[in-house]
Ligand binder design. Structure first.
Ligand code: HEC
Ligand code: HEC
Length: 510
């Protein structure tokens, strides 16, 4: 008996038996807003407590409750609801990470590709009107998944006709049964104690502009939100000040809205293990995405990032080491293991360490760099660049379609590889467009405008007929993108494609 009681106490303290506890108290806004229609059973709000999802998908659901069913909702209530619901009904950091390419419905160039036959069937049945990522943004109980079929018949009564090459009624049920196994509700999320307030070192990369570094400070604001401010300086010599707000959902999903010089950006970051990691997106039309990691500025002295992260044989490279509280340093304090690298010079320069080094060995090696009394980071060694590739392989831009549908651009980037497809890193190639001939007198290129040398493409046309163009079509088309890069007497080229298409008039359903 005593043993059992000890076990019970242990389980209770681990939160395992917390099942009886209510996720939403009767005085919560969620209870007040939702139980009028979603009847609570045993203290649980039906439908709501059968689903876990991303903050973004919860936003879609809450907005639909207001739009279609006249649920009263103002902007500040929406914020509170999202925060309350995500306390228990959000995905775990690992689950969220897998769909982070969809965060915020920015303009991802990701192409979803089904893995294996079963996923093929899932894509054929479900990934026709929206992304697979939207579906994978959900975890539901078996009965909640089963209701998704009726939900679709209700939202889109024409679905049988649209999906007429299959028996959607039967086939969707089979897929939903398998999703109940692969994307199960499991249990409510338990929000950990987490506080991102503090001062941070920001290290990032923005395709088309390069690496950047800076500082940010996060301060607790009103009702669980935070204020964020900071300054960044880029490799290309430009700098940015930013300030704005942040909200932390479920103790791990940090969403920001910050003004950078003249642009308002939306950011989606994960906050885990004391580190903030994620992206912010610049608005249309240029849609740049900037990726960064934020480290606590008051942490112990350590190196955090080495740029470039690779060395080529026969070159002398100037490395920049970024970190926290970096000490004064001399050449002998840097130690490469795993390859023959000579350190010619090393010194501290402001907040960074700058070192001149040369790889004097042969072959591709994953080596590491240790700074005396500090830590170790990986560095790739290679004979030479073998080839370059462009990302995305197929860029998709959209022409302007009125003020609610701004043009959407694409940022291409060239990435260098050593032999055997060993990735080295981005290189500053020059970009060009050329015609991809798909028909007689193909003239797309003439109507698409130009790409900037650094790979930024922004459509120039709008969604209207061009009376002087053959067939009076708009300024859309499909063209080749090429990148050229020269290094150590070698000329590298790579090809990709650019599709410039009409506006997406249903931007909400991604
Ligand atoms: C005025 C009535 C009404 C209110 C208030 C209401 N809902 Fe709903 N809700 C519905 C209806 C009707 C459906 C079924 C159709 C649908 O999903 O749009 C639904 C469905 C849902 C679903 C299931 C969606 C799915 O994918 O299966 C969720 C989750 C949900 N509501 C959440 C909420 C939350 C959270 C609130 C409170 C912030 C709320 N609802 C308030 C009427 C309401
Ligand atoms: C014919 C088009 C179409 C097909 C096919 C389709 N969906 Fe959807 N789905 C939609 C639309 C439209 C919405 C958004 C409704 C809204 O929020 O207004 C949606 C929303 C959803 C949602 C979000 C639910 C919510 O409460 O907002 C899920 C989950 C989903 N679909 C899963 C699936 C699955 C699983 C399949 C395959 C069995 C599927 N969809 C096939 C059109 C489709």
């Amino acid at each position: 008996m005593k043993k059992l009681i000890t076990l019970m106490t242990l389980l209770l303290s681990m939160g395992v038996l917390a099942d009886g506890a209510m996720a939403f108290s009767k005085d919560s806004l969620t209870w007040g807003k939702c139980t009028g229609c979603h009847e609570p059973k045993d203290g649980k709000i039906s439908r709501v407590e059968e689903i876990r999802a991303t903050p973004d998908e919860w936003g879609v659901i809450i907005d639909r409750m207001a739009r279609l069913y006249d649920m009263d909702l103002n902007a500040s209530e929406r914020d509170v609801l999202l925060k309350e619901i995500c306390e228990t009904q959000i995905l775990s950091p690992e689950e969220l990470d897998k769909v982070s390419y969809l965060n915020l419905y920015n303009n991802p160039q990701t192409v979803e590709i089904p893995q294996g036959e079963q996923e093929g069937q899932f894509f054929a049945t479900c990934v026709r009107c929206h992304s697979a990522g939207k579906i994978k943004s959900y975890r539901m109980t078996e009965s909640a998944w089963a209701k998704v079929r009726d939900f679709h018949y209700y939202m889109d009564p024409a679905i049988d006709g649209q999906m007429r090459e299959m028996k959607w009624y039967e086939e969707s049920a089979a897929i939903l049964a398998s999703l109940a196994k692969s994307l199960p509700y499991d249990k409510p999320w338990v929000t950990p104690q987490a506080n991102p307030a503090g001062s941070w070192i920001v290290l990032g990369n923005e395709p088309g502009k390069g690496n950047y570094r800076g500082h940010a400070s996060i301060k607790a604001g009103q009702s669980g939100s935070y204020t964020v401010a900071g300054a960044l300086s880029y490799d290309d010599g430009t700098s940015e000040h930013f300030q704005g707000e942040a909200v932390l959902y479920g103790g791990h999903a940090l969403r920001t809205e910050t003004r950078h010089n003249n642009f308002v950006t939306l950011g989606a970051y994960s906050f885990a293990d004391g580190i903030i990691k994620g992206q912010h997106h610049f608005p249309a039309p240029d849609f740049r995405t900037s990726t960064s990691t934020w480290y606590p500025a008051d942490g112990p002295a350590r190196i955090l990032k080495v740029t470039p992260s690779y060395l080529l044989a026969g070159e002398t490279t100037t490395l920049t080491l970024e970190g926290v509280k970096l000490p004064e340093i001399k050449a002998g304090d840097l130690d490469f293991t795993g390859g023959n690298v000579k350190v010619l010079e090393a010194r501290r320069d402001g907040e960074t360490i700058v070192a001149k080094v040369a790889y004097q060995g042969k072959g591709a090696v994953q080596a590491s760099l240790t700074v005396k009394n500090l830590n170790t980071l990986p560095v790739t060694l290679a004979d030479r660049i073998d080839h370059i590739k462009i990302t995305p392989e197929l860029g998709r831009a959209r022409v302007y379609g009125g003020i609610h549908f701004p043009a959407e651009g694409v940022q291409f980037e060239a990435v260098a590889y050593a032999a055997d497809d060993l990735i080295l890193g981005a290189v500053p190639a020059s970009f060009k467009l050329s015609e991809f001939v798909t028909r007689e007198n193909d003239d797309d290129l003439a109507w698409l405008g130009a790409i900037a040398k650094n790979g930024t493409y922004i459509p120039t046309s709008d969604y209207g007929q061009i009376m002087t163009r053959e067939y009076k079509t708009e300024g859309t088309g499909l063209v080749n993108v090429s990148a050229e890069y020269e290094r150590a007497g070698h000329q590298y080229t790579a090809e990709a494609m650019l599709a410039v298409v009409p506006p997406d008039y249903v931007p909400r359903v991604k």
